[in-house]
Design a protein around this ligand. Structure first.
Ligand SMILES: C[S@@+](CC[C@H](N)C(=O)[O-])C[C@H]1O[C@@H](n2cnc3c(N)ncnc32)[C@H](O)[C@@H]1O
Length: 261
């Protein structure tokens, strides 16, 4: 999936619609609960320097800065997301602890060893080159750093038509499997501490999202157009069908690099 498709999906209007469907500040389905669960598993502590890759409107980063008193940098391809996240940080007096920048997660401008934790919530499925992504995470982390993320995963073999439909609906070029992520992390010197299949939670959350979307039919049709509502229903319906057929699912991963002797 092209960079243009990411910009289109997460345009100002696109992100606003996704946020309306999901939860305040979030472009991922798990919201603050998912952030809290991952933060506990990763042992996130006050003052840690966290890099949130694919930060969207800043939901996870703002929540971590506020609730865990971390120093969070968010990175996102889409400028309007970054502007909005910075403005929300300022409005809440969090701009000393949370800042957002434009950039590509697979090719970052940060110095080596800048962060204690690299974080992601449901964003890395959009990055075509997962090997480059994990290598970049490893590079910008301290020698004993932690990678903690949730993501949409491929959970079954698919034929060409199924793959094309899934990639189209999810704006991705490929999805990692749990095993492929484990392999990439181990290859970069990380020990995988948590690799949890959270597909059942994803299916449950997605059913609620479809019900929510249906309840917004009049509002979205009047505020935007019936066509916008139709596109949202078609796309999200395809995603739910892929979840229910167990073609795709969700994973939660925490990996840590042990400092050398
Ligand atoms: C599903 S949203 C999740 C946003 C955020 N993590 C959250 O939980 O609300 C995925 C985000 O990843 C961003 N993104 C996609 N590809 C990216 C890349 N290569 N580098 C940085 N950000 C990217 C998108 O612009 C979008 O904001």
């Amino acid at each position: 999936m092209s960079v243009e498709a990411i910009h289109k999906n997460y345009s100002q209007l696109g992100s606003a619609l996704i946020e309306k469907l999901y939860s305040s500040d979030y472009l991922s389905i798990g919201g603050t609960h998912s952030t809290d669960v991952l933060a506990d598993l990763a042992g996130i502590a006050q003052g840690q320097r966290i890099l949130d890759l694919g930060c969207g409107l800043g939901g996870p980063a703002l929540h971590l800065a506020e609730s865990r008193k971390c120093q969070v940098t968010g990175l996102d391809l889409v400028e309007t997301n970054v502007l909005e996240a910075n403005s929300r940080a300022a409005a809440r007096g969090l701009d000393q602890r949370a800042g957002f920048q434009i950039g590509d997660a697979a090719d970052m401008a940060f110095e080596d060893g800048t962060f204690d934790v690299v974080w992601g919530q449901d964003a890395w499925c959009h990055v075509p080159d997962k090997a480059a992504l994990i290598a970049e995470c490893a590079r910008v982390l301290t020698s004993d750093g932690t990678i903690a993320f949730t993501d949409w995963l491929q959970t079954s073999d698919m034929d060409a038509v199924q793959l094309a439909d899934v990639h189209d609906a999810t704006v991705s070029t490929n999805m990692a499997t749990m095993e492929s992520y484990r392999g990439l992390l181990q290859g970069c010197g990380f020990t995988v501490r948590v690799s949890e299949d959270i597909s059942a939670t994803f299916i449950d959350q997605y059913r609620k999202i479809i019900a929510r979307l249906e309840s917004f039919e009049d509002e979205i049709s009047n505020q935007f157009s019936p066509k916008v509502y139709g596109i949202m229903m078609q796309k999200n319906g395809a995603i739910l069908r892929a979840f229910e057929a167990h073609l795709i699912g969700g994973g939660r991963i925490v990996a840590k690099r042990d400092a050398g002797p």
